[in-house]
Design a protein around this ligand. Structure first.
Ligand code: FE2
Length: 379
């Protein structure tokens, strides 16, 4: 859908976040995938997610199956179709495996839907109540960039494991978790000239404020460029950076994403840890592939970021990047794409005071991504 900023009923000059919904935090992230059973195995084995809940033929769900995985506060839902023709398969054909639903935990789902649709959001589905012996959940949905949907989840009257229709799911195979704690931020890639449309959407429809702004001069290499703006809700628990491609000599990673995803969509989920060296060591030993910056990155990084608590040698061995802002520093690393198409990936992040997103690393990082694009023949 195209969000039309001319249909807005509110002035757009309000820069302060207006927390009229309010949003309590991320509830879950739902991926539509070709084979949910195998995808669940991958996220358990590689990233240390734990079995949590399940719905499928055994629970009376005849058209789709979902595996719900959990690691601390992060909940991933992996959903596949059980029949040949439905919207899940349409989504798969168009986008490949990717994020469909970004579910947000709210106190009042009906009010959230009403407020946002009145402010110009297109409804994905109207509020409805589902219930089982554990109580009631109210769900509603609005469309955002591409075919992505925000679901408002009201679960204060529910005591069950996940949502009505789901049963608790455990397995004897349960790899140890890797220390991933919560979703720090979630990034969307949108098409040419669409960034401001979606920035205004988050501002006006969701009541978000803009945190940081980069332009293509901030984030460019010899070949490629992008523009990025970070939107956040009032309590700061939800941060959505929005990227748009910018003109460069060659195809940028954002453009490559848009080509393979066939439009806008979620580019990466940043997962927070409080021990990035431990977490990344575990992930690497389980076969997770990361973007590799050249060793020369570590030659002058200390001059740029100053003193940090960690030894540089494990950071350098693991390929962890460092950046500093006025409030502190952060450590981060990016996986290679999680799917066959070069689309969605994870960032692993540890914040030591910094509230920014690693702008100082973008150049080194993009050059690493360009080497991957070169290998794929898509630069
Ligand atoms: Fe990020």
């Amino acid at each position: 859908m195209k969000y039309d900023s001319t249909s807005l009923k509110l002035p757009i000059e309000n820069l302060e976040a207006k927390d009229y919904l309010p949003l309590n935090g991320t509830d879950y992230i739902e991926f539509y995938v070709g084979n949910a059973k195998q995808a669940a195995h991958f996220f358990k084995t590689a990233f240390g997610f734990q079995d949590h809940a399940y719905s499928g033929l055994e629970t009376g769900s005849k058209e789709k199956t979902s595996y719900v995985l959990k690691q601390n506060k992060i909940i991933l839902v992996l959903t596949s179709s059980l029949i040949s023709k439905n919207h899940i398969n349409d989504h798969l054909i168009k986008h490949g495996d990717g994020v469909k639903n970004i579910a947000i935990w709210v106190d009042d789902s009906r009010k959230s839907w009403k407020e946002t649709t009145e402010r110009g959001a297109e409804s994905a589905f109207k509020p409805y109540t589902i219930e089982d012996e554990n109580g009631k959940v109210v769900l509603s949905g609005i469309k955002t960039y591409g075919d992505t949907v925000h679901i408002f989840v009201e679960r204060s009257n529910y005591k069950g494991i996940f949502l009505p229709g789901f049963i608790s799911h455990t397995s004897e195979y349960q790899p140890e978790n890797t220390g991933l704690k919560f979703i720090d931020h979630m990034v969307g890639n949108v098409g040419w000239n669409e960034m401001d449309t979606w920035v205004n959407y988050y501002k006006n429809v969701m009541g978000f404020a803009q945190l940081v702004s980069f332009d293509d001069k901030d984030i460019s290499t010899e070949y490629t460029a992008l523009m990025s703006k970070v939107m956040t809700n009032g309590n700061g628990r939800i941060k959505f950076p929005i990227n748009e491609p910018a003109k460069g000599r060659k195809k940028s990673q954002i453009e490559e994403y848009i080509d393979f995803y066939n439009g806008a969509g979620v580019q990466h989920l940043a997962l927070a840890t409080d021990d990035i060296i431990g977490t990344v060591s575990k992930l690497r030993s389980r076969g997770v592939e990361f973007l590799q910056v050249p060793k020369s990155y570590y030659n002058d990084v200390m001059d740029r970021v100053g003193e940090i608590d960690e030894d540089i040698s494990p950071l350098s061995e693991l390929g962890i990047l460092i950046d500093r802002d006025e409030e502190g520093y952060l450590l981060q690393i990016f996986t290679k794409p999680l799917m066959d198409r070069p689309t969605v990936f994870f960032e692993i992040i540890q914040r030591k005071g910094a509230k920014s997103f690693g702008k100082g690393n973008f150049k080194a990082l993009f050059e690493a991504i360009e080497r991957e694009q070169e290998n794929r023949g898509t630069l």
